[in-house]
Design a protein around this ligand. Sequence first.
Ligand SMILES: NC(=O)c1ccc[n+]([C@@H]2O[C@H](COP(=O)([O-])OP(=O)(O)OC[C@H]3O[C@@H](n4cnc5c(N)ncnc54)[C@H](OP(=O)(O)O)[C@@H]3O)[C@@H](O)[C@H]2O)c1
Length: 218
Amino acid sequence: MTAYPKVSINMAMTLDGKVSRPDGKWYGLSSRNDKKRMDEIRSRADVLILGKNSILNDDPVIHLRYVENEEDPRPVILLRSGTLPEDKKVFRFSKQPPLIFCLNENYSVVRANLCSVAEIILLPGDDLNPADVLKILSEMGYHEILLEGGPSLNDSFFRLDLISRIYVTIVPFIIGKKDLPSITGDRKEYPDFDHKKWDLVSSETSENEVFLIYHRVE
Ligand SMILES: NC(=O)c1ccc[n+]([C@@H]2O[C@H](COP(=O)([O-])OP(=O)(O)OC[C@H]3O[C@@H](n4cnc5c(N)ncnc54)[C@H](OP(=O)(O)O)[C@@H]3O)[C@@H](O)[C@H]2O)c1
């Protein structure tokens, strides 16, 4: 059996379980304290996997700002189709060049615009299987993996039961709009979801936010 690296996810959600605003972006709803904790969590990871839409919509800052003397985790991006603009912060400010996994279908377009700012790995087949990605990351010596969404990318890892730890911050807002995504999910539920248990290993409050850590029960 392949020993996959440990994967944690880190997400912030509103009191009504939403992880993006009605405009499809996430900004302004979590505190400076949450951002500091995010950096602490990131500083313990070897790599940080980011979703394509999250980069397009939010253009997140990747380098650590609130934790000093720590190495930044290496950004990893999964692209099944098309590419990304090279002016995104992940390409401009990362201390280590991002690692991109892509497929035959989009290899030439990804190479054409990102080969000077990222390392590109072509995977065989017609889908990017998270288990294959984790196997390669492990072979490259990366063992602590942090996945920061969005929900579609999280779903592909949850669906294969590859997540062992969840960091979730609950922020004090209620958006109310139906059909906004939660931390994960697609059209179908996870098989046996009610038999897969999660242990609450830490629960802290700071001002109006709650910081939870859950571990997957083996
Ligand atoms: N609250 C939070 O903590 C938080 C954190 C992060 C993001 N967000 C929110 O989440 C929103 C985006 O979420 P999203 O679900 O739309 O997109 P996403 O998860 O950021 O990106 C999904 C895209 O990644 C590509 N992809 C490549 N391999 C994949 C795989 N194996 N499984 C799934 N996707 C794969 C696909 O695009 P291609 O098929 O074109 O390659 C897919 O459409 C953001 O706009 C942001 O506001 C919130």
